[in-house]
Design a protein around this ligand. Structure first.
Ligand SMILES: Nc1ncnc2c1ncn2[C@@H]1O[C@H](COP(=O)(O)OP(=O)(O)OP(=O)(O)O)[C@@H](O)[C@H]1O
Ligand SMILES: [Mg+2]
Length: 292
């Protein structure tokens, strides 16, 4: 698997221009950076003067996240649990997913002194509508009315507000890609491959369990960067393919999987396209869901 990834990466590296083109923040990107920096401060707590009023639930492969905005659209609260109840965009452990959402709802209500009655949620692009409905039922069973069900890339862009460019969500299990032109979504797709595949590479290379590899990756990302490079280039190749091989404008990176040191540089070099990465990129889709 590693061999294949390496060969694919080398082949495409020959095709792509080599200059890294990481993009400096524009006004829109600076707004998002400020929002995310602010949001990151409110894990399991709400700042004075902000009443959580609009909720989102992200049923991810690696992480289930509950987010809240106040009436002015400011980040007001978030919480997460790590759970493997969703695979390839499909809820594979319905009761586990309900329990995770119930836990998040109960913790939010205890911390905030309010009730969480309704929330938006999201599904990966390109999952069948029956699987999308499962997300709706998970919330319902957990005592939350589903006020909106959107795809994850559209949710991410509700926060990012990209008018021309690509929005990429690299999560635990898959890489979703949406291309926007003049504010319209012109292509939307999703392919397997994300942070979990990086764990598998690391586990194989260092003879660790997948759980140990996950911890090593998060806590010592810089030390394992060279081992993970082929895996990150494989994600870049997935992005390139899903964009039809054509530069889409600025590539905006959301999702937790590329939070590794220098991952954005590897992606930018591989693609030869302008790339913008965000601190706290793992919060973009969850808060985008609350915005939706
Ligand atoms: N600091 C970090 N360094 C490296 N990887 C990280 C870091 N933080 C999170 N990750 C990785 O990000 C992934 C989880 O990201 P995210 O929460 O966006 O995924 P998800 O929404 O649960 O999955 P999906 O969108 O595919 O359903 C995991 O693979 C995790 O290992
Ligand atoms: Mg996700």
């Amino acid at each position: 698997m590693l061999m294949t990834a390496t060969r694919t990466a080398q082949a495409a590296t020959r095709r792509a221009p080599r200059a890294a083109r990481k993009v400096k923040a524009s006004t829109g990107e600076a707004r998002v950076e400020a929002f995310l920096a602010d949001a990151s401060l409110h894990l399991r707590g709400s700042p004075e003067g902000r009443t959580p009023a609009r909720f989102g639930v992200d049923l991810g492969t690696a992480t289930i996240v509950l987010t809240a905005l106040d009436d002015h659209g400011r980040p007001a609260y978030w919480d997460f649990v790590r759970a493997t109840v969703v695979r390839d965009g499909v809820v594979v452990d319905f009761q586990g997913a309900v329990d995770a959402v119930r836990t998040l709802k109960a913790r939010a209500e205890a911390a905030l002194g309010i009730t969480v009655d309704e929330a938006a949620t999201a599904h990966p692009p390109a999952v069948p509508s029956s699987d999308c409905r499962a997300c709706h039922f998970v919330l319902q069973q957990a005592g939350i009315e589903c006020r909106a069900l959107v795809d994850e890339v559209t949710a991410a862009n509700a926060l990012l507000q990209v008018r021309d460019g690509a929005v990429i969500d690299v999560g635990g299990g898959s890489t979703g890609v949406g291309v926007f032109r003049s504010g319209e979504l012109v292509s939307l797709s999703d392919q397997a491959g994300g942070g979990h595949q990086l764990d598998l590479i690391l586990a194989g290379a260092l003879k660790l369990s997948i759980e140990e590899a996950e911890v090593r990756k998060r806590e010592h990302g810089a030390d394992v960067a060279s081992l993970l490079r082929p895996g990150i280039e494989r994600i870049a190749e997935s992005i390139r393919r899903q964009c039809g091989g054509t530069p889409p404008g600025i590539v905006h990176l959301a999702g937790g999987a590329l939070r590794l040191p220098q991952a954005d540089t590897v992606i930018a070099r591989y693609l030869g396209w302008p790339v913008h990465a965000y601190d706290h990129a793992e919060l973009i889709t969850p808060f985008g869901i609350a915005v939706s």
